[in-house]
Design a protein around this ligand. Structure first.
Ligand code: NA7
Length: 555
């Protein structure tokens, strides 16, 4: 099937958007407001993306709810009220459905449509996008809004398919309620998802065994309900909140203190760390002196403090030891924010297995065989994370100029211009693509989305049907990204960090984000647009040169 635009039997769509998560919905709204003919293709049968798929018990925001939401619609801001400082998955999903209905977006979304391929037609300057039902749409522009954590990854130990009990990945959690009561449950993985789901399962399961590859530096989430009075206050200060989060480096409600951590006495330092530990959200990450995140000696001050907290909260010293990281500093990985995580291990029926000491050899029909024993389970929960940022692209067959695939182009790591386009793939834009900024996701994708939609609108209005990032601009951007990438605090740099691709065996090691502070990145985007999309070639194909061959990923 080839979907046709509404007003002409033969013409293609202006835009296909892939994904109806928080970015895809905003893209759809913007394109419709601009009068463009757009269709969103969504794999799920509902909107929400991350908030649709990750519906495991305990899933919730680690960002203050009212800084994560959309700010573009006064009507939505006025009508929607939040009930928790850090909303749970059901509330975020409900909110995204509310916005979808309020803006009447649903009719332009094709649900149950997983995109498998997109092929560029150089003679017509059109993309053909195919889904898993072999339906096709033709469009001048394609914008991916596939999320950064949406391609689930599974353990490589053999035999997973032979396990006869219940089996779930946190990133593909079923809609039907899952019962843990009376069951022997295994959880594999202790990242943000594991840290959220483990306390919930520990409350109900007969026995819970946690398989930990690497411990994380977890700090308390500090969630609390939002009363109607507090919600009124929050609403009254939306303007201030919005301009504040736009002004911070990562789009969060936090700013680091002035001065140096070394200027503080030991008592003052402990008091600072304690205040951050007692405060909510990402305070520990963003309200300590920046050198704590970049200088090993300063970082050690904090990890010493955090290790002591783990020892205080976990009764069994041996379990506490296993829970204290020794391969990375605080902040090198996005820290999981927890609620009663450490206390879960004080329950009699909860056991922690460190895979470094007792690896999984294989999954069996009835459980898990480790190097030391066979453990029987009724259920295995995989909280093993994602092939982050690039994984969703690699699962599609994206074919650009001259039949080159994105898989080949990114084999040594992604190379993009501004995280928005890759040479050889004209008219293909990415929202939250590799090598774009990171932090509070909707805050950093918002300028990308307005930029992409404005750009396409301008091209459309001028009748320009081709835009492609130049190899030279891309080369410079990749260099900038790599030159400014964070350096590992531990000399052997062996920690598994998804933002570097090192959580997946065999994946190219490449820094998948960009450390530019949000206002700097936004200014850069504006500058590029003001200079008539500097670094992009408009309306014509580039003359082939050798520059592209020099574009490589992180080395
Ligand atoms: P993460 O943060 O990537 O965590 C995945 C966890 O699963 C982590 O503990 C991994 O250990 C572990 N893992 C991965 N593969 C295996 C295998 N094969 N065996 C055992 N354990 C494994 O994903 P999440 O879903 O928890 O969170 C993703 C993001 O969501 C998070 O950063 C927040 O931004 C929100 P590792 O540490 O790699 O050694």
């Amino acid at each position: 099937m080839v979907s046709r635009s509404s007003d002409s039997n033969d013409s293609a769509l202006d835009v296909v958007v892939i994904g109806a998560g928080i970015n895809g919905l905003y893209l759809l709204h913007r394109f419709r407001t601009l009068g463009l003919n757009v269709r969103v293709l969504e794999a799920g049968d509902g909107v929400g993306g991350t908030w649709y798929w990750n519906r495991y018990p305990g899933a919730r925001l680690d960002v203050e709810t009212y800084t994560y939401q959309y700010f573009f619609s006064q009507e939505v801001l006025k009508e929607w009220s939040w009930t928790e400082e850090f909303a749970g998955q059901p509330e975020v999903e409900k909110y995204l459905n509310f916005v979808t209905d309020k803006l009447e977006l649903r009719p332009d979304i094709e649900f149950n449509s997983r995109v498998t391929a997109a092929v560029w037609d150089e003679s017509a300057n059109l993309w053909t996008v195919r889904d898993h039902h072999d339906r096709e749409w033709r469009a001048t522009f394609v914008v991916t809004a596939v999320g950064i954590l949406s391609a689930p990854q599974y353990p490589r130990a053999p035999g997973l398919e032979t396990f006869a009990g219940e089996k779930y990945h946190t990133g593909l959690w079923p809609k039907e309620p899952v019962q843990f009561a009376g069951k022997r449950v295994a959880v594999v993985g202790t990242g943000s998802s594991g840290v959220q789901v483990i306390p919930k399962i520990s409350e109900e399961a007969r026995r819970l065994t946690v398989f930990q590859r690497t411990p994380n530096w977890c700090t308390p989430l500090g969630n609390s309900p939002i009363s109607p009075e507090r919600m009124e206050e929050i609403k009254a200060s939306y303007e201030e909140t919005y301009s504040f989060v736009r002004s911070t480096g990562s789009g969060f409600m936090h700013v680091p203190p002035e001065g140096s951590v070394w200027d503080l006495s030991e008592e003052e330092r402990t008091a600072l760390f304690q205040r951050a530990y007692d405060a909510a959200g990402m305070t520990m990450l963003y309200e300590v002196h920046p050198e704590v995140l970049s200088d090993r000696a300063a970082n050690d001050l904090l990890t010493k403090f955090l290790a002591e907290k783990i020892r205080q909260r976990v009764n069994d010293p041996e379990t506490a030891r296993k829970l204290i990281p020794d391969d990375h500093g605080f902040g090198e990985k996005r820290p999981p924010l927890e609620t009663n995580y450490y206390e879960s291990y004080n329950r009699e029926h909860v056991e922690l297995i460190s895979l470094g000491e007792e690896p999984i050899e294989r999954f069996t029909e009835t459980g898990i065989q480790t190097s030391a024993r066979h453990l029987e389970f009724d259920m295995i929960v995989l909280a093993t994370g994602f092939d982050a940022v690039t994984g969703s692209f690699m699962r599609m067959e994206i074919v650009g100029v001259g039949g080159a695939t994105l898989r080949e182009a990114w084999a040594d790591g992604p190379h993009t211009y501004l995280g928005i386009q890759t040479p050889g793939f004209p008219n293909l834009f990415m929202a939250a693509g590799p090598q774009s900024v990171r932090g509070n996701l909707p805050r950093f994708t918002e300028p990308q989305i307005t930029w992409i939609t404005d750009c396409i609108d301008l091209l459309h209005s001028k009748g320009i049907d081709r835009i492609e990032a130049t190899a030279e601009a891309t080369l410079q951007w990749v260099k900038h990204v790599n030159d400014t990438a964070p350096k590992p605090l531990y000399p052997d740099g062996r920690a598994s960090v998804w933002i570097f691709g090192t959580n997946i065996p065999g994946k190219a090691k490449a820094f998948l984000a960009c450390t530019d502070p949000l206002p700097v990145f936004r200014a850069r985007l504006e500058e590029v647009a003001t200079h008539m999309y500097e670094g992009f070639l408009l309306g014509e194909a580039p003359v082939s040169d050798d520059t592209e061959a020099g574009v490589t990923g992180w080395a």
